[in-house]
Design a protein around this ligand. Structure first.
Ligand code: UDX
Length: 469
């Protein structure tokens, strides 16, 4: 395999997985992270967020000298490929703030101008890995003024499975003006495309899946829209089933049966049809809003992604209303909340449904005690003024509570002893404390047998029909 010298700019959720993954493949990778705390953590082989397998990947490649943290790129590390994976946060109007991205490109330009590639060395390739609005790749190419071709290589990493997603992608997308410019990136990803690798991790071994990974070499604009469109499609799919679940409630239909029957159509498929309290995370909301902003800037009204965004926002309020109704009001009630992270497998709280639900509960006069297997420390640090208690166990979250609300479907919660939990609740013997299951994680019959009044999402017979938020 050809060893490529690469620079990854940004060591966050996307950049660090990319840098460690490329180093694991055998490449020489400089991870540029100007944030001192993040860079020092990396230098000490520590990962400042929860992502299964990443800690081992970083430590192993730091020790092997293939993963080199640096505050900035310097031409003393002549790179063939620069991957810009810095944050592109959403602005209030939904458009993406590209300040960090353009600053990274400017630093590359300055370095290349100060120290042009050696005789015979070709121009390096600059790759935009961050999520970007259509037209950004073209704009960065203009700002680099011919010093280097620019590609867009969107990532399809899902938090909690990002390391696996890196080595087992469904596709590699490379958006370039001239297809020949894709060559350095294809060399970088060759072992992944050919699925020829063996990665040993505590969670198990990752080996090639046999069939090569499809590679799509497109225009930059097509790659930009593939990324935003894919996430908007996924978010729309979930919002669609969440709305359908409300109708299931009213029709006495089990949404799980409805989605199973719908998903058997190969044109639809079963994935991403799990009804619940709504989607969260740093990607769906941001990417849908970025797509809407791109449409607005071009006079195109993208009504369906807009509806998906609205449906997701109201889904949380709808579920909170049903809990309030089931409890006869929130004032003075004690609620236990199971799960803070926006999904299992991560400690990421960005746009987490749990935080919005907790704020609604507090606004209604309830008291809240929360538990999460990994995200409590981050919640305390990021929301020090949030007036909630933190429980050292699910049982402690249930203790003295009138209602228990499952928000994040951590696998560990599915194994909970519901009878034991019911005994912890405040309700007097004989009455039925509430179990509000925001992810339809529990079996309704088992919950009722354990003594709970069960409330699900699209689960008939569970609580009163919800009022529209
Ligand atoms: C997503 C995309 O999956 C990934 O390809 C892209 O690169 C980044 O954005 P991520 O946001 O990390 O990844 O998590 P994902 O697993 O997609 O879940 C997003 C949200 O949707 C979570 O809050 C999850 O709980 C919710 N969800 C997902 C549902 O409510 N129902 C489902 O059926 C699937």
């Amino acid at each position: 395999m050809k060893i490529v010298r690469a620079v990854v700019m940004g060591a966050g959720y996307v950049g660090l997985v990319t840098a460690a993954g490329l180093a694991e493949l055998g490449h020489q990778v400089m991870a540029v992270e100007p944030n001192t705390a993040r860079r020092e953590a990396l230098a000490a082989s520590q990962v400042p967020f929860h992502e299964p397998g990443l800690q081992e990947l970083v430590a192993r490649n730091r020790a092997a000298g293939r993963l080199i943290p640096a505050p900035a790129w310097h031409p003393g590390f002549p790179a063939e490929v620069f991957l810009i994976a810095v944050g592109t946060p959403a602005r209030p109007d939904g458009s993406l703030d590209l300040t960090q991205l353009h600053a990274a490109a400017k630093a590359i330009r300055a370095g290349l101008e100060a120290s042009p590639p050696g005789e015979g060395a070709g121009r390096p390739l600059v790759v935009l890995r961050s999520t970007i609005p259509p037209g950004t790749t073209r704009e960065v190419a203009r700002r680099l003024a011919g010093l280097a071709p620019v590609a867009h290589n969107p990532e399809f990493l899902a938090e909690g499975t990002a390391v696996r997603n890196f080595f087992h992608p469904d596709r590699v997308v490379i958006g370039v003006r001239d297809p020949g410019d894709a060559a350095p990136l294809l060399a970088l990803y060759r072992p992944v495309v050919e699925q020829r690798f063996r990665v040993v991790l505590p969670e198990g071994e990752l080996v090639g899946r046999g069939a090569p990974v499809p590679v799509r070499v497109t225009s930059p604009e097509e790659a930009e829209l593939i990324k935003l469109g894919a996430n908007a499609m996924l978010a729309t799919r979930v919002s669609f089933i969440n709305e359908l679940a409300r109708l299931c409630d009213r029709c006495g239909a089990r949404v799980s049966e409805v989605t199973a029957g719908i998903g058997l159509d190969p044109r639809i498929g079963p994935a991403f049809l799990r009804a619940g309290v709504g989607w969260g995370g740093s990607c769906f909301g941001k990417d849908v809003q970025a797509l809407l902003a791109a449409g607005t800037a071009r006079g195109i009204d993208l009504t369906i992604p807009a509806a998906a965004l609205g449906a997701n926002r109201s889904q949380r309020r709808w579920f909170a209303n049903r809990i309030a109704h089931a409890l006869g009001g929130l004032q003075g009630k004690a609620l236990g909340v199971l799960g803070l992270a926006f999904k299992p497998g991560t400690d990421d709280l960005r746009d987490a449904p749990a935080l919005e639900l907790i704020r609604l509960f507090l606004a209604g006069g309830a008291r809240v005690k929360a538990h999460d297997p990994v995200a409590m420390a981050r919640c305390r640090a990021e929301y020090p003024d949030l007036p909630i208690g933190y429980a050292e166990s699910p049982a402690a979250a249930a203790r003295g509570a009138h209602g228990l609300v499952l928000v994040t479907d951590w696998p560990a919660y599915a194994a909970l002893d519901l009878r034991a939990l019911r005994q912890e609740m405040a309700a007097a013997a004989g009455s039925r404390p509430l179990l509000a299951d925001g992810r339809n994680l529990f079996d309704p019959a088992a919950a009722e047998a354990a003594g709970f009044a069960y409330l699900g999402v699209g689960v008939p017979g569970s609580g009163e029909p919800g009022t529209e938020p």
